[in-house]
Ligand binder design. Sequence first.
Ligand code: PBG
Length: 324
Amino acid sequence: MRQRPRRNRKHPLVRALARETALDPARLILPLFVHELPGDQPIASMPGCARLGERGLLEEVEGALGDGIGAVALFPVVPEGDKTPDGRGAYDPRGLIPRTLRLLRERFPDLVLVTDVALDPYSSDGHDGLVAADGRILNDETVELLVRQALCQAEAGAQVIAPSDMMDGRIGAIRDGLDAAGHQEVSILAYTAKYASAFYGPFRDALDSAPRHGDKKTYQMDPANSKEALRELALDEAEGADLVMVKPAGPYLDVVRALAESTPLPVAAYQVSGEYAMLKAAAERGWIDERRAVLESLLAIRRAGASAILSYYARDAARWLRSG
Ligand code: PBG
């Protein structure tokens, strides 16, 4: 036999020479939940993750930097009583996210701060956009508010604004708004192909942000579609996105690959709360080897073409990579 592919697998050092993909902590972004309370509060459906108070947040960020992670994505837990139908807390300069940004910016000047743009944490309807009396999600009216939210975050020190709302035209509107206010340096990480997925369940528990009525199918993408992701990609590129994202990650590796092959922009992928919860639950039962399964899931996302990965496992993965 002339061809024996196993020759390239015969020894760890030979395998290392032949390896096509590598994981690196610098490519991981750690999503964090912050709340107004002083202490930390565990999230039942995401064991190992918590809603963090100020002290817990500072410890977590310091630990993440120590693990080699350079970026965190912040999500706010807004008390029920502070949510409104118009989600106006999203652009309150004294709100939790702007305060958290200022705190982290001062304590960790090199940390990359990524913020979520969408109304759902602040909306008493639990939707990413404004809800009309008949239940429709209003697009253009919402985009105006998203621009205000993005500006509020940029003023407070966010370097990467990540709109996850899936309204049409929001990337261009946010880019124009940022530029007009002198924030040319602030990047936009567009949730380009964000699917109407069942895998966001634990996240909505964490934020208590599940839609109070209806679902998100009139704005998030249909899981049946991938060509549509290329259409969203073309729009986000034209509107000025700096990075584009696919979400969820694991069940949508074909979409990650399609985007990576179609754009010169870096592609990010979000290993979402339900992906985390599945791995965690199986690991807790002893049904899979957590370390191996998690590193494999992240490597597969990289192999599909992701340049950066958001993952609740970011710190564990970074530590496991370090320890070899
Ligand atoms: C909402 C938002 C969601 C997530 C990030 N931003 C949930 C949703 O769209 O309902 C999900 C992240 C996760 O599941 O880890 N703007």
